[in-house]
Each structure stands twice: as C-alpha cells, then as structure tokens.
Design a protein. Structure first.
Length: 170
C-alpha cells in the first residue's frame, strides 16, 4: 500500500535506482494502464517520472483504492483539539474538505470530454497518458483519458494546477 500525503498532494514513492524517498504527484504520471483480466476492483500499472530521485521512469502497481480513493479519504495533518487541549488527528477532515470541494465542482480530476456539454467529474484512474511540454517541470500537459461517462477516449491540454490532488474548499 502506498501512503498518500494529503499535505503534499501525492503518494509516497521510493526510487528503485537511488533509494531516495519522494512524493509521487499526478503531474509525474506518464502512463496509466489498467491490467487486463477480471480483477475486481481493477488494478493499474502507473508509469511515472522519478522527479525526486534518478529522473528516469518507474512502474508502480496501484489498486483502484490507492489511486482513486486514498487521495480523498486520507486525513489531513493533526490539528489542535480545543476540547482536550492537545494535538488531535481528525481522520474525517480530508474527506470533509473533498466533499465540499466536489460540491463546488472541484473533483480530483475534471475532464473535458467532447461528447458532454459540461466538465466530467473523474478520477486518477481515468487518465491514460500525460505528455508534458518539458521535463522535469511541464507548464502544460497533453492529457489522454478515458471518459468515465461514455468510456470513449479523449485528449485535452491541462495546466499542472488542474492535476493537483488537493481539495480547494474555498
Ligand atoms: Zn528513480
Ligand atoms: Zn464522454
């Protein structure tokens, strides 16, 4: 299980070349392949650019739960609990922030499928490939995806900010 760091907005990742630990953000994703076969829930192979380590590409096996659910469900940093006067960890804080953000139309990923008039709420597992204009810091990405509503392939240009897995409630 790859832990999700809600403050950094990415999963824990270890570079297999250098052994250094880093944060795997969505902007480092390069390809997402759903494993063939009738696994339920489905598993995915994520190929990502190792920005924090060797700079090469690595492959990571991730379940749908890790990929789609963990970024939303992971609680935020400990906060000060007024009742007990201690630092407390609220496991529901992250979830609550995401629900508020999603009600405002800010989903983990929002896609523009040409077959629908409005933006399509989506998840990291809907992405198929990310092509940045430059490495390591892309200013924009050509994103290929599978639409979760009509299951047709699509492509769009996205800014890195649109690929941040951080809820914005305000
Ligand atoms: Zn590496
Ligand atoms: Zn669609």
């Amino acid at each position: 299980m790859h832990q999700f760091d809600a403050i950094a907005g990415g999963w824990d990742a270890v570079c297999s070349e250098s052994g250094s630990h880093g944060v795997l953000r969505l902007t480092a994703f390069r390809r997402v392949e759903r494993l063939p076969g009738a696994t339920a829930p489905p598993a995915h192979v994520v190929t990502y650019r190792c920005h924090d380590g060797c700079g090469g590409e690595h492959r990571l096996l991730m379940s749908s739960e890790e990929l789609d659910w963990l970024p939303i469900a992971t609680g935020f940093a400990p906060h000060f609990d007024l009742m007990t006067g201690r630092m407390a960890h609220d496991p529901d804080a992250g979830l609550d922030l995401w629900w508020r953000a999603m009600r405002r139309g800010r989903w983990p990923v929002t896609l523009a499928c040409e077959h629908h008039p409005t933006p399509v709420p989506a998840w990291p597992s809907c992405l198929r490939a990310l092509e940045p204009d430059a490495e390591p810091d892309g200013r924009w990405f050509l994103v290929h995806f599978t639409c979760p509503l009509c299951e047709r392939p699509g492509s769009q240009v996205m800014r890195p900010q649109a690929l941040e897995l951080l809820p914005r409630a305000a």
